[in-house]
Write a protein that binds this ligand. Structure first.
Ligand SMILES: Nc1nc2c(c(=O)[nH]1)N[C@H]1C(S)=C(S)[C@@H](COP(=O)(O)OP(=O)(O)OC[C@H]3O[C@@H](n4cnc5c(N)ncnc54)[C@H](O)[C@@H]3O)O[C@H]1N2
Ligand code: MOO
Length: 424
């Protein structure tokens, strides 16, 4: 059997970041910048006041104090807005608002609180030093400065910065479009009363949600039966309008394993047995430039396979390090931590197993892993309450309580918004 690591690295070797595209800021949010952005403008764009008050010449107000206020004529008022203020005559001040352009000749701002707030004349009772409360043109960003480096994930601050330097359409790696198709004649749509032998198609919903959480634009279609023609037609149709195609079910050795039956006819998809549990049967290939993942039908197997093989591929397509754990100093969205196992667990010989575990910190701050419930490949309730997948090495058959092992953190979905439109 092929190792998990070999399968994961074969997949990553076949995956490329999405070609950069210029997109509006709203669409670029959460995407990865594909090229350096250099400033073509200065920020601030002009010298301006950081306070409401009076623009003055520091020399004219240098002697001002509580006991010895300085009174000067107020020559006018400058508001923030599209104005070119007249130069400040010596021996005068102008009222100025926060963000308003500084008149030539002014070299300090007297904040309103240091004055009597006068309109015609103003009494100043504290002396500001030269340059106080003046924001100089280019002191944040000068033209030519590197604003954001290629590879930066565009969060709120980065989007704001791009807008500030007047970049309306940055070049980003677009979100991949992912199509999700489940197979099985036993499947019915969620919300449908079940007849004998029928089950609800839960995989397509779970995988669609996982792909959505991984930053993809998702198209989920209703499951198809084990009829090769029906599967083939739907597969071909989806392939034409997606960047990634994920199927579930129909890939083991059953008499009607339709996915394997239909797709084995091409050389592009390889069906393999991976030394892991859950998730032993896997298929992957690139068909007409579209990566195709055929995941096993057991619901836990499908989602665990997604975490180990599909999520890293989507990360790479989005221009991120493939991970798991490719993130920075932040808590990675998915990453590997070391945990102490709280109870003895069994593991399949010769297969890397991924028991679903809940995590807790003990008094010393160490992470302690406890089984999240039933560990069958069909038992979604355990996975749904798990925080991580424990990683039990292939050669281990029993994990005594107290053993330290790596665990792959499952992502926290709290940020996932409504499904975006996956354009065809
Ligand atoms: N003789 C053997 N049988 C099986 C083997 C094997 O090596 N020899 N491998 C087992 C393992 S491991 C897995 S995993 C499964 C994978 O099978 P398939 O990918 O072909 O999946 P199906 O047979 O279509 O379904 C398996 C199981 O999952 C349920 N299922 C399928 N699709 C959905 C869905 N969309 N939503 C919810 N549940 C789904 C399905 O009803 C089956 O119970 O094969 C083992 N067999
Ligand atoms: O390997 Mo299968 O994925 O046990 O359920």
């Amino acid at each position: 059997m092929k190792t998990v690591d070999q399968h994961a690295s074969d997949i990553i070797a076949a995956i490329h970041p999405m070609s950069p595209r210029r997109t509006a800021l709203r669409e670029a949010h959460g995407c990865v910048l594909a090229a350096h952005v250099r400033a073509t403008v200065a920020v601030p764009g002009f010298d301006n006041s950081a306070m409401d008050g009076y623009a003055a010449r520091a020399a004219d107000v240098a002697e001002a104090s509580e006991d010895n206020p300085v009174t000067l004529p107020v020559a006018g008022e400058i508001m923030a807005g599209p104005v070119s203020p007249a130069p400040l005559a010596p021996g005068t001040v102008v009222r100025i608002m926060t963000g308003a352009p500084l008149p030539k000749g002014a070299d300090t701002i007297v904040q309103l609180e240091w004055t009597d707030g006068g309109i015609e004349t103003v009494r100043i009772n504290q002396a500001p030093r030269r340059g106080l409360h003046i924001r100089r043109a280019g002191e944040d960003i000068a033209p030519g400065n590197l604003v954001l480096a290629a590879g930066t994930v565009l969060g709120a601050a980065q989007i704001g910065l791009l807008a500030a330097v007047n970049v309306a359409r940055p070049a980003v790696h677009p979100r991949p479009r992912v199509a999700v198709l489940s197979t099985g004649s036993e499947l019915v749509e969620v919300g449908t009363p079940l007849g004998p032998g029928q089950i609800v198609d839960s995989n397509s919903h779970a995988i669609a949600a996982a792909a959505h959480e991984a930053g993809a634009l998702v198209r989920r279609v209703d499951g198809v039966s084990d009829d090769p023609d029906e599967f083939g037609a739907t597969f071909d149709e989806l392939l034409r309008s997606t960047d990634v195609l994920i199927t579930t079910g129909g890939i083991s050795v059953g008499a009607r394993d339709v996915v394997k039956q239909v797709l084995s006819k091409s050389d592009e998809i390889r069906f393999e047995r991976i030394a892991m549990q859950p998730g032993k049967p896997q298929g992957f290939g690139v068909v007409g430039g579209v990566p195709v993942f055929t995941l096993p039908g057991n619901p836990v197997s499908a989602l665990v396979s997604f975490e180990l093989f599909v999520r890293p591929a989507l990360r790479r397509m989005r221009g991120l390090p493939a991970g798991p754990g490719g993130a920075s100093w932040r808590q990675p969205a998915t990453g590997t931590v070391t945990v102490r196992v709280s109870e003895t667990m069994q593991s399949a010989a010769g297969r890397r197993t991924f028991p679903r575990v809940r995590l807790e910190r003990d008094d010393t701050g160490e992470l302690v892993a406890t089984s999240a419930g039933g560990q069958g490949a069909h038992q979604m309730s355990g996975l749904a309450s798990a925080h991580a997948l424990l990683v039990v090495p292939e050669e281990v058959t029993e994990v005594p309580a107290g053993t330290k092992l790596p665990a792959v953190l499952l992502p926290e979905p709290e940020w996932a918004g409504p499904f975006g439109e996956a354009r065809g």
